[in-house]
Ligand binder design. Structure first.
Ligand code: SAM
Length: 277
């Protein structure tokens, strides 16, 4: 069945589907937005796409048309009939009814051949960071993660040095990815309509990463530096060699009275590298 917003609505009515707020179920019913997400994500016939939370399959349908292969993970088994009706025509779309956070992705991916791995998800905010962390922690070589999230959550992900949203997670994510906004999305394109607008952001794997002598130390230093956000580095980093830290900070025009939120990622890298000498 070719997807359209009216047909989707019909499909949901025919299946007496009730949206579950706890699963963040707001489905996109605007074809232009779906097309824009696909176009801006630059998916092509070499791409394996993992979609987290296909819902009724509106985005999945278009992904099936443009990608080499789609693996869609949906936690809500009530969507089985709807997804089978909507996507049954594709032999390159596999739907797996499981909690994405619990799946063994590494062994699943071994069954597929692909050049590029993209992840696409329109998700409730509380699951977005754990999903990104899953790829980092399981060391899965993902080229791009495209997520649609509430606007203020997206803004936090893109936080720049010196702003109130800049924190240890911003630096952690920035180490692995280049983070860009792809699209603003009005709340009016969802069914049911949420309270706030959304944005689509992409996390693109960095081609060249910062040179780190000791990655574990780098991440620990960042976590410790932000331990108490309003405190200075001197206070938060008491357990480190403060004279070494001061020397490096001075080289970059900062001091021990600076706060972590003022420090760019490159300076954290220099601090960690100098400390591990
Ligand atoms: N992709 C669809 C769209 O854009 O119209 C639906 C998006 S809806 C905001 C989020 C979907 O993620 C829901 O279908 C929900 O059941 C599913 N979901 C929530 N948590 C999940 C999890 N841990 N694993 C897999 N799917 C999940």
């Amino acid at each position: 069945m070719e997807y359209s917003p009216t047909k989707l609505q019909q499909l949901l009515n025919d299946n007496n589907f009730n949206f579950k707020k706890s699963l963040g179920q707001n489905f996109i019913v605007d074809e232009n937005i779906i097309d824009a997400i696909i176009h801006k994500s630059k998916i092509d016939k070499d791409t394996l796409v993992i979609e987290v939370g296909p819902g009724a399959g509106a985005l999945t349908y278009k992904l099936g048309q443009v990608a080499k292969q789609v693996i869609a993970y949906e936690i809500d088994t009530r969507l089985k009939d709807i997804l089978n009706q909507n996507l049954g025509c594709f032999d390159n779309v596999d739907i797996i009814f499981e909690d994405f956070l619990k799946v063994d992705l590494t062994s699943t991916l071994k069954k597929y051949k692909y050049d590029k791995l993209y992840v696409i998800a329109n998700l409730p905010y509380y699951i977005t960071t754990p999903i990104i962390m899953k790829f980092i922690e399981e060391d899965i070589d993902v080229d791009k993660i495209v997520v649609m999230v509430q606007k203020e959550v997206g803004d936090r992900f893109k936080a720049k040095t010196g702003t109130k949203d800049y924190n240890s997670l911003s630096i952690f994510l920035n180490y692995y990815f280049e983070i860009n906004k792809l699209l603003d999305v009005s709340k009016n394109v969802f069914l049911p309509k949420p309270k706030v607008d959304s944005i689509v952001i992409e996390f693109k794997q960095r081609e060249t990463k910062l040179i780190l002598k000791n990655k574990t130390l780098f991440f620990k230093l960042i976590k410790d530096s932000f331990k108490q956000k309003r405190k200075t580095l001197k206070n938060n980093l008491r357990d480190y060699d403060l004279s070494k830290i001061e020397k490096t900070l001075t080289r970059y025009n900062f001091s021990l009275s600076s706060r972590a939120e003022q420090i760019p990622i490159e300076v954290f890298a220099a601090l960690a590298n100098d400390l591990s000498e």
